[in-house]
Design a protein around this ligand. Structure first.
Ligand code: NAD
Length: 487
């Protein structure tokens, strides 16, 4: 089945129409600057219309048969599969994804739609014991209502869909605001897929507008019960503040920044660790919240690790993301490139030792490797979102753990050791939501928990965890016959 790909504006109340802000967003390819779409932007009235439509549509959807909601998810998954090439090509052109990353992302969207199709059948209430004669106590698990979703540009289709799919499957309606760099892959393409899958109008709305016009209004609007935000810690804090201090309290899911350590202990398989560090650092140019942002190596294996790491780094092809052999494509925009270049310059100026690097060609920044980086330096503490790899030497396991935990973030992490029990003991002492023994730091699986500690956010994604986040409990008790009241 064909899906709509003629994108010029918004998707509100099931209608494709221009926004009313009288401004346009020109959506371009970060590799070659080609114009992909021109979007007539939304204003606060459009946003309001989207939230009202969602509220209206949600009432019937909440009582739709579980099998009918599951069927929409399964049809959407089928459409993703059938349109795989189209979706991959959009991700390459709009988000600068390399071909291999775009394939992974479409696979992740497909997999999480399949898992979401199981959710309508997994929502159960409870009957509880109660210490009151003649009372029956039930807890009903209900959808929240309307969920507002704000997503970033790095894995735009997956990170939008990991909230949208579960929210819809569980009987909620959604208003989605994708990132400015990825209005199509982060929003409009998903609307096309769910529309073609038979999702009733109004249940999914995509609103694209400038932050001064719709940013705060998105969280402050009285209709949404939950704001699912994925993005930077700076903006996440702001949204959290609005959700807590605005006129209507909101539940929140905040999936924020990271500074994942990959720790190589003295008994690690150094080749395996180096391979994982290269993949974990350079996949999607390092623009992943779970990217290996620091590599902490026990001094006993440090030099052999650095040799193995550099051997692999030298082989990475940087350039056209459409070329199947390219590993490092463009950074998303000029601003992100400039941030990365400034950080490299600052590190050099501070005397950090760079052992590999080359200047950017257009927006493609080749790998940059630094060694002997102090853990308390800017280079080790900042989230790079770029192909910059700081290697930090640790005296022993305890110092490696100390360094791993010396960060404001706590999203993902990894530890390499040939002793898996030692790896698990170490993993459990890392202050993070996710730790992988002998694997890369970026791991996301729809049947497994996802989420962070510390300034990496609040809340959890996937499987039972997202079911809990996007539903609410309602205690309903029935008093069978008169109850002896105290007065
Ligand atoms: P960002 O915070 O700049 O933007 C994220 C989204 O928020 C975008 O859609 C943006 O338009 C929107 N936004 C900005 N200001 C807003 C406001 N006042 N009100 C409402 N919306 C607003 O982040 P980014 O640069 O798009 O993404 C990179 C960041 O996202 C990194 O820090 C990365 O670690 C994080 N991230 C986290 C996860 C995770 O699951 N923890 C996943 C991917 C990315």
């Amino acid at each position: 089945m064909n899906i709509n790909t003629n994108f010029t504006g918004q998707y509100i109340t099931g209608i494709w129409r221009d926004g009313r802000a009288h401004k346009a967003l020109v959506d371009t390819n970060p590799y070659d600057g080609a114009v992909l779409a021109t979007i007539a932007l939304a204003n606060a009235d459009d946003l309001d219309e989207a939230y009202r439509a969602a509220q209206q549509a949600q009432r019937a959807w909440a009582t739709a048969l579980p099998a009918d909601r599951a069927a929409v998810m399964l049809r959407a998954a089928g459409l993703v599969h059938a349109n795989r090439t189209l979706l991959v090509n959009w991700l390459i052109r709009e988000s600068g994804s390399t071909r291999m990353k775009a394939e992974m992302e479409v696979g992740a969207v497909h997999a999480s739609m399949l898992v979401a199709a199981s959710f309508p059948g997994r929502v159960t209430g409870r009957i509880l014991p109660v210490d009151v004669p003649g009372k029956e106590s039930r807890v009903y698990r209900e959808p929240l209502g309307v969920v507002g979703v704000i997503s970033p540009w790095n894995w735009p289709m997956h990170l939008s869909n990991r909230s949208i799919g579960p929210a819809l499957a569980l009987g909620n309606a959604v208003v989605l605001k994708p990132a400015d760099d990825t209005p199509v892959t982060g929003g409009l393409l998903l609307a096309s897929i769910y529309e073609a899958a038979g999702l009733p109008p109004g249940l999914l709305n995509v609103v694209i507008g400038e932050i001064p016009d719709i940013g705060d209004a998105f969280t402050l609007h009285p209709v949404p019960k939950f704001i699912s935000f994925t993005g930077s810690t700076r903006v996440g804090r702001h949204i959290g503040m609005l959700a807590m201090t605005g006129p209507t309290l909101k539940r929140l899911g905040l999936e924020l920044g990271g500074n994942a350590p990959l720790v190589v202990l003295d008994d690690a398989d150094v080749e395996r660790a180096a391979h994982a560090a290269v993949v974990g650092r350079f996949l999607h140019q390092g623009q992943i919240c779970m990217s290996t942002n620091r590599i902490i190596v026990d001094e006993k294996v440090h030099d052999s690790f650095v040799d193995a790491f550099l051997k692999r780094v030298r082989m990475l092809k940087a350039g056209d993301p459409n070329d199947p052999d390219t590993v490092i494509g463009p950074l998303i925009n000029r601003r992100q490139l400039q941030f990365a270049q400034e950080r490299i310059e600052a590190a050099r100026a501070a005397g950090q030792r760079q052992v590999f690097g080359a200047p950017a060609q257009g927006q493609v920044l080749p790998p940059q490797v630094f060694v002997d980086v102090p853990n308390d330096s800017e280079l080790a503490q900042a989230e790079h979102f770029a192909p910059i790899a700081p290697v930090i030497k640790a005296a022993d396991e305890e110092q490696a753990l100390l360094f791993a935990n010396q960060t404001e973030f706590g999203l993902s992490s990894a530890v390499f050791t040939k002793d898996e029990a030692r790896g698990v003991r170490f993993a459990r002492r890392i202050e993070a939501g996710m730790t992988h023994v002998n694997d890369i730091t970026p791991n996301d699986d729809p049947n497994n928990m996802f989420g962070g500690e510390k300034n990496s956010g609040l809340g959890r994604f996937n499987s039972d965890w997202i079911i809990a986040e996007l539903t609410t409990d309602h205690w309903v008790s029935v008093q069978h016959g008169p109850r002896p009241y105290p007065f």
